[in-house]
Design a protein around this ligand. Structure first.
Ligand SMILES: [Zn+2]
Length: 274
């Protein structure tokens, strides 16, 4: 073998070696990115239920000041909606999600602690079709408010049955996803979009809420907070201080945490599953 031929051979094998190295390297980058959330370590969604005045008067101004957007689950017949329609429109214009929480908030009234459920809106006397229709009507109402056709749903009281049958499949074509009330934080691949877990906030301190976020970071998971009252207006409540401490922590750690309305996160999961 002459010298120049040997040089060509060794250059050629070096090229193959470098190509293989590059392929392995870029594949690892792709795998690493796939487990991430918009190139951040975890995702957090702030969700607020039952159309309270404090959401408009206290929560949204704080979200605005920190550059955050959230999901508000609205119920058609609650006074907090019909008395403040323009404020909810304005909230949607800022990029907040108006989520569907039905027209009449039906729940299973026979369950313990459910004496407050109006017997007319007891899910045990509903049919699946009636529930799906009620939810469809709420989507029409929300569409009039925000002009959108894509949003998420929150199961009232976390109940998923009407009569004795699950209504989950009957509403799937109307939503990008649905929030349940099981406390779980899952990675992108583990999430069932029609059973997205959430943590009910009731009396925790700011530090306790921040601990949950740290857990989500370590698990590279999605963490959904479920708020009702913030500084009052509901018996399930968190103090203004604890809520504010959590939001400031999220703001200070934005490099690691993707904070977004649940609809955007559900769409992102859907896209990355394809
Ligand atoms: Zn509710």
């Amino acid at each position: 073998m002459n010298k120049s031929f040997r040089i060509i051979i060794s250059m050629f094998s070096l090229k193959i070696f470098l190509t293989v190295l590059l392929l392995i390297f870029s594949r690892n980058i792709l795998i690493a990115q796939d487990s991430l959330w918009q190139n951040k370590t975890c995702a957090v969604s702030l969700t607020y239920d039952d159309v309270l005045n404090v959401h408009l008067d206290k929560v949204i101004p704080l979200l605005d000041s920190l550059g955050f957007r959230a999901t508000f689950y609205l119920t058609g017949y609650f006074p907090g909606l019909r008395e403040r329609l323009n404020d909810w429109k304005a909230a949607a214009e800022k990029g907040n999600e108006l989520g569907n929480h039905t027209l009449f908030h039906p729940c299973e009234g026979k369950a313990p602690g459910r004496e407050w459920v109006n017997p007319e809106y007891d899910l045990t006397i509903y049919s699946v079709e009636r529930m799906a229709d009620e939810i469809k009507m709420m989507n029409i109402l929300l569409n009039i408010l925000d002009g959108k056709t894509k949003r998420t749903f929150a199961y009232p009281c976390g109940d998923k049955s009407a009569g004795n049958s699950s209504y989950v499949d009957a509403i799937k074509d109307q939503f990008t996803g649905a929030r349940s009330i099981q406390a779980k934080m899952q990675s992108k691949n583990e999430i069932d979009l029609f059973d997205i877990g959430s943590y009910i906030v009731n009396g925790q301190s700011g530090d306790e809420l921040i601990e949950l976020v740290k857990e989500a970071i370590s698990k590279k998971a999605l963490l959904v907070f479920l708020f009702h009252g913030v500084g009052g207006e509901h018996n399930i409540n968190v103090s203004l201080e604890a809520h504010s401490k959590l939001l400031h922590f999220l703001n200070e750690n934005e490099k690691e945490i993707w904070v977004a309305p649940l609809n955007e996160i559900a769409e992102y999961i859907l896209k990355s599953k394809k």
